[in-house]
Design a protein. Structure first.
Length: 308
């Protein structure tokens, strides 16, 4: 069987194609979540049900996949990292975004999520005790300030809406979950990492989904959107993304993620009839440019000094 590095050299274009497919799948997550939860004026499913329900569906699919692929049980030493991964990508990011998306448009949320690649890189550097360059931290700071400036500009320059705080917290949760998941994928199959994270969460996600289930009839588009975030955003998207990284190389393929905010905006316009104004597009371009520069900055492998 070829190693990951061999696969990367042998199939670079297929890796890029799979990586792009993963990004397209993830780019639809915010618009589909908005469609599932509805708006303040026309609410649909609760954020709790969308987040927990989609995790339950993906966990059942994951259990079947783990059995079919004869996945070994995680090592005892892997359980703490699996729990952190689960907290970030199964509970934190889905729940916080699902609650927030009832109060903000998908176009708006896409700008905030645009700095997720830098947040993930920062979390990974902290986890592996690496030392990012001054330029990296300057870009991370500038990206954060741009996001905060956009939020203040959208809210009249006086306050930050609680939904924006939820989105920022979701970004932090995802960054930590991605970093720990990536660490586990060094010695576990990447698709097994997300599957195990979903399965171990099932004793919590199942009762939470059941108690928050809709008790009134909802329009079909809300259910189709829920099905999408359950099967694609929470499960198949990770398969395409992680396989793309393996076959095309992490450094090369990860750059495709810079397209995600723009794709989310483009999907939101026809799906939700949202508008893309000049100010939002300008902030998005500035954030993504900052992220692109920051991802090119060096990260030293020397460990950080432990505090006295």
């Amino acid at each position: 069987m070829p190693t990951q590095s061999t696969a990367s050299r042998s199939h670079p274009w297929r890796g890029m194609a799979l990586g792009f497919l993963g990004v397209v799948i993830f780019a639809l997550t915010l618009p589909m979540t908005r469609l599932a939860v509805g708006s303040v004026d026309a609410p649909a499913m609760s954020g709790m049900f969308v987040a927990m329900g989609r995790a339950v569906v993906a966990a059942l699919l994951s259990a079947a996949f783990l059995v079919a692929t004869r996945a070994p049980l995680p090592r005892r030493a892997d359980w703490p990292a699996l729990v952190v991964t689960c907290a970030g990508v199964v509970f934190g990011f889905p729940l916080l975004t699902s609650i927030a998306m009832r109060y903000v448009e998908a176009v708006h949320a896409s700008v905030l999520v645009g700095v997720l690649p830098l947040a993930t890189a920062a979390a990974g550097a902290w986890l592996h005790k690496q030392r990012p360059s001054t330029g990296f931290w300057a870009c991370a700071t500038l990206g954060t300030l741009l996001v905060l400036g956009y939020v203040l500009q959208r809210n009249g320059g006086t306050r930050i809406h609680p939904a924006d705080l939820l989105l920022l917290a979701a970004m932090a949760a995802a960054a930590v979950g991605y970093a720990y998941g990536a660490r586990l994928s060094h010695h576990m199959r990447a698709d097994h990492v997300i599957c195990w994270a979903l399965v171990i969460a099932l004793p919590l996600t199942a009762p939470l989904a059941w108690t928050s289930r809709p008790e009134v009839a909802l329009p079909a588009p809300a259910w189709w959107a829920f099905a999408y975030v359950a099967v694609f955003s929470m499960w198949l998207g990770f398969f395409a993304w992680y396989r793309g990284l393996a076959e095309g190389g992490t450094v090369r393929v990860s750059q495709v993620q810079l397209l995600q905010p723009f794709l989310s905006m483009l999907f939101a316009v026809p799906l939700l009839h949202e508008t893309l104004d000049t100010a939002t597009l300008a902030f998005a371009l500035a954030v993504i440019a900052t992220v692109a520069i920051g991802k090119s900055m060096p990260v030293r492998t020397a460990p950080l000094q432990e505090p006295a």
